[in-house]
Design a protein around this ligand. Structure first.
Ligand SMILES: *[C@@H]1O[C@H](CO)[C@@H](O)[C@H](O)[C@H]1NC(C)=O
Ligand SMILES: *[C@@H]1O[C@H](CO)[C@@H](O)[C@H](O)[C@H]1NC(C)=O
Ligand SMILES: *[C@@H]1O[C@H](CO)[C@@H](O)[C@H](O)[C@H]1NC(C)=O
Length: 436
């Protein structure tokens, strides 16, 4: 005790001076670009990390627990700090273990540190990794353009071994976990810069034009003629639900899921309700059932009875459109030449998710319901999830493209815009020209 006290005081003073430096510039919100990777269809964002700062490409995992990066290959930083056993950082991460590492010291391998279990849901693999802090930087925004860089001097993340990158888009060296955990990136940015625990995602459907993620509150302005559109000004809202049982690759008993669950009350196809077993739409005591939004899956996955009901109703509603042979994993496909074209995608009947909450109807027009599988064929972009999936409805990336989704963690609600195509703009229309 007599020896540890001076050490404690030194680190306390260091912490105070760092906090002081941090308050000199407080952004209102942050903005990062999101690229759709052509070969994997994953969404990849870029932040700056370490000292000196380097760009780090990260696959976006909307419900992911926290940021993790490969520390085994080329991680160089003078500001890397492992989280010491029983520190506040360890308890924030629920990391109660304490470990040593014999091949270090180096980032990812230090003695007397706590570990977490980063996972890669694309290959369903989880492994141990050191919890740590380092500098993270992203551009601030006034809602219209990126401004000067904002720096979080001690941003918590997990170190992972290089093999955990398998299955991720080329050039990505980690995962951006945007889940609702206390150490999820939205909560850490909100804590670092004292803004509300809100963030918004607007994914581009194009692999050649970037979408965007905002941390902090709106406005979120998108270029449009004659005047920019701020979809945050006219969102519909639905509550977010906590699944009491973790959906991560590895977890301890009693841990809740960090993914974003919503409640579908009913589904309409062409304005008529589809008969579905509504029990499946609730999350049961074991954490089964319900609906989540995920950027891990490209297309919406429906439990088999819901899938059958929706596909059959859509098939009936499109009886007049010439069919094409099925193209796996899709069943219902059409001859492109016989499908009309509209501002909001292929001219097909709408699919409405009637969500909990007033006027909370999330409408999929052709741009979100249909996918072009080749030059001649369009298919209904939903996949059969089998009879006993963990989650009954997984809303995938294709269905949220060109929709602005705002997650408000403090109020536990999701705001959604419906397709921006109907309002003459897209998620690729944020103006990334810097005004710094
Ligand atoms: C951890 O401690 C062990 C035993 O004292 C030592 O052999 C090892 O080199 C240390 N490792 C690191 C990373 O400091
Ligand atoms: C509805 O789904 C629940 C949960 O899977 C199941 O127990 C029940 O038997 C189903 N009801 C009908 C009518 O199929
Ligand atoms: C993008 O922002 C820059 C800087 O404010 C501005 O000069 C430019 O006109 C904007 N571009 C469009 C298309 O609005």
């Amino acid at each position: 005790m007599a020896y540890s006290l001076p050490l404690f005081l030194t680190s306390l003073l260091l912490a105070i001076s760092i906090c002081h430096a941090q308050t000199s510039f407080r952004p209102r919100a942050l903005v990062v670009p999101v690229r759709k990777d052509a070969s994997t269809q994953q969404y990849v964002t870029t932040i700056q990390q370490r000292t000196p700062l380097v760009p780090v490409n990260l696959v976006v995992h909307l419900g992911g627990q926290y940021l993790w990066v490969d520390c085994d290959n080329g991680y160089v930083s003078s500001t890397y700090r492992p989280a010491r056993c029983r520190s506040a950082q360890c308890s924030l991460a629920n990391a109660n273990g304490c470990g040593d590492c014999f091949s270090g010291p180096r980032p990812g391998c230090n003695n007397n540190t706590c570990g977490v279990t980063p996972d890669n849901p694309f290959i369903q693999l989880a492994t141990g990794g050191e919890l740590a802090e380092d500098v993270v930087s992203a551009r601030s925004t006034d809602g219209s353009n990126p401004g000067r860089a904002a720096v979080a001097p001690r941003f918590l993340f997990a170190c992972a071994p290089t093999f955990l990158l398998r299955g991720l888009a080329s050039g990505a060296t980690g995962l951006a976990g945007l889940g609702r955990a206390r150490i999820g990136m939205p909560s850490l940015f909100a804590a670092a810069f004292s803004f509300r625990r809100k963030f918004a995602v607007c994914l581009s459907s194009s692999t050649s034009a970037n979408g965007v993620i905002f941390f902090g509150d709106g406005p979120y302005n998108f270029i449009r003629v004659p005047a920019p559109l701020n979809p945050a000004a006219s969102l519909a809202f639905t509550p977010l639900f906590v699944n009491p049982v973790s959906t991560a690759g590895a977890f301890s008993q009693g841990e809740a899921s960090t993914e974003y669950f919503i409640k579908i009350n009913s589904i309409n196809v062409n304005n008529s309700p589809v008969a579905i077993n509504t029990t499946l739409l609730d999350i049961d005591g074991e954490g089964n059932g319900g609906t989540k939004i995920s950027t891990v899956n490209q297309y919406t996955i429906l439990e088999t009875s819901i899938y059958r009901a929706v596909v059959d109703a859509f098939s009936r509603a499109t009886a007049g459109i010439r069919r094409a042979a099925a193209v796996a994993p899709f069943e219902l496909c059409y001859d492109r030449g016989s499908v009309g074209s509209t501002r909001v995608g292929p001219g097909v009947p709408n699919i409405d998710l009637v969500l909990q909450g007033q006027n909370a109807v999330w409408t999929w027009t052709g741009s979100n319901s249909m996918v072009s599988v080749n030059d001649d064929v369009l298919c209904l972009a939903v996949v059969n999830g089998g009879a006993n999936p963990r989650t009954a409805v997984v809303i995938g990336g294709h269905q949220i493209e060109d929709n602005l989704l705002q997650f408000d963690l403090a109020a536990s609600r999701l705001g959604f815009s419906n397709t921006l195509l109907g309002r003459q703009t897209t998620c690729a229309n944020f103006n990334f020209t810097s005004t710094a």
